[in-house]
Design a protein around this ligand. Sequence first.
Ligand code: SF4
Length: 298
Amino acid sequence: MRSKACNPLVRQGYHFFSPASSAALKPCMWTVRALRGGETCYKQRFYGIESHRCVQMTPTLKCNQRCLFCWRSMEHEVTEEEEIDPAAILAGIHRLQKKGLSGHKISPLVTPEKWDEAMRPANIAISLSGEPTCYSRLPELVDMLGDAGFSTFLVSNGTRPHVLSDCRPFQLYVSLDAPDEAVYRKLCRPVEDTWEQVQESLSLLGTRRSAIRITLVAGWNDAAPERYARMIQDSGARYVEVKGYMHVGYSRLRLSRDCMPDHARVAAFAQSIAKYCDYTCIDESPVSRVVCLERRDI
Ligand code: SF4
């Protein structure tokens, strides 16, 4: 049976794939907004991923970092779980996404066409909460989702490069949330010393469709753009997303509202990174406080 720690997550709209594992799905705010004919996520704008057909999920809620800016609750940390079979995740996706969105079906803002499209999800964002590489069968899951016709966005904190090297998602994200190890330790609070592993994960990005995600926390990691630039340049990642920290969820217990940079500050920092490497700002979404850079030689 699932630990009692997960009960508050059920109240927050998490839908679990099985009683014994922490694999979960939760429709994201942008999926709901897009379904109701409103704004879409920046991933639609940057990469053409239709927001109302995107599934946000994770194969595990376990994590080996304690990032101050994380929206998840570390009080509800999962320590023990029975890992779910990848086939059971695949089998549950349509059912759980329908369950998660069902309350919106009766809205006059949701057209029958949009609803039908949303019931045929096309992209799986493996990025809900937790670190997906802590799930031992992640490569198998990613392959299975790809074979079933989904595009997959896999977002990792980069601490387990040996798992990432076996994963073949449509787009691989590695987080880079510090310009050096000292800031990494203070802000991301890794359970083990994993800065070198993050560097190794970055080195996997040059040969794949990939992105580096920087979550900018004002006063914490928004310095030394030249150091970020050096790591980005060395990685060869295709995209870099510089995204402002959002003062939401449990992160409000750890950081103050002032740590949330406005879009102008995020954009200025992205520009200063671009000055030191061969990347150009190609797009931005002020509502999500995110700027997308792309490698110039693409
Ligand atoms: S790595 Fe991701 S899931 Fe883990 S604590 Fe950091 S932000 Fe949260």
